[in-house]
Design a protein around this ligand. Sequence first.
Ligand code: DAH
Length: 346
Amino acid sequence: MLQQKIEALKASFQQSLTEARLAEGAKKAEALAQLKSAFLGKNGGFTELMKSMKDVPAAEKPAAGKLLNTVKQELEAALKAEEEAFAAAKRAEALAKDKIDITLPAKKPALGSLHPLTLVREKILQAFLGLGFEVYDGPEIETEYHSFEALNIPADHPARDMQDTFYMADGIVLRPHTSPAQIRAMQQKGVPIRILCPGRVFRADDDATHSPMFHQIEGLAVEKNLSLADLKGILEVFAKTVFTPDTKVRFRPSFFPFTEPSVEVDVSCSMCGGKGCRLCKGTGWIEILGAGIVNRHVLENCGVDPDQYRGFAFGLGVERITMIKYGLPDMRLLFENDVRFLEQFR
Ligand code: DAH
């Protein structure tokens, strides 16, 4: 009697399993879950049969129980196999859908690049910072006093010309050079001192080699016994760092109100190595900056005793050095921000 019921249940289970097997996707998952609860769950067909064991005559009990268990295990195994096959198929389907074609060229992120003026400024700072200089920041809106008087530039000097300097108000200008930072640094920090002041400067000037706003770096070192030889040594390190390691430096006599003596500094042409070319206009040399021994009046204006201390100063234009370094024909390229130009410095 029980045996027949077991066989019937088994047949019914197999029928349902075959049906579930034909279902797809979510329907199949549902069918399998239903199957499990209908046959093997708490109120399922099998549990019912288990309960009816108590009515089986004692002599038949062992055989009936054994059969019940075997069949139960059989069904559980069949169900488990089907569930596993279903999970595997689902996984395979997901993997196929998410397949990544690793032979496809990757999308590169658009990389930016530092502006050539930034590159060159950093390179210059790096050369001097290695020599014990520190960066000192000065204001872009300056007093006439710091820009001119304190630097020994007399009132009738052409550097004061209204046509060059932007006057903001009485006694206030947009700094036309970074030299006023010398004055502020000495007044603030005293001597000995080694500073560099990079920054923007402003002049009423606009053509292929001049811009109303450009960048300078001012250098100042004041100690007990500095000489033009020290200046030359330091500028050689700078020139070799910024241009090529075989760059040579030469001094030519010049004049600036804030230095005495003053020099104009040339470097050997990095394009032709000194033989003469378009860049150096056939001379083999290119002028890169102005420098000199700090004028004693300037030291006095900063409360420094010129009989105790001596120093050198220099001032360079970052645009000019950038144009020389990269052979740029027009300064305006540096301000137009055309990405086709800027990309070349990546
Ligand atoms: N201030 C000068 C200029 O703007 C550059 C300069 C020349 C700075 C000689 C100096 C120096 O410190 O010693 O053209």
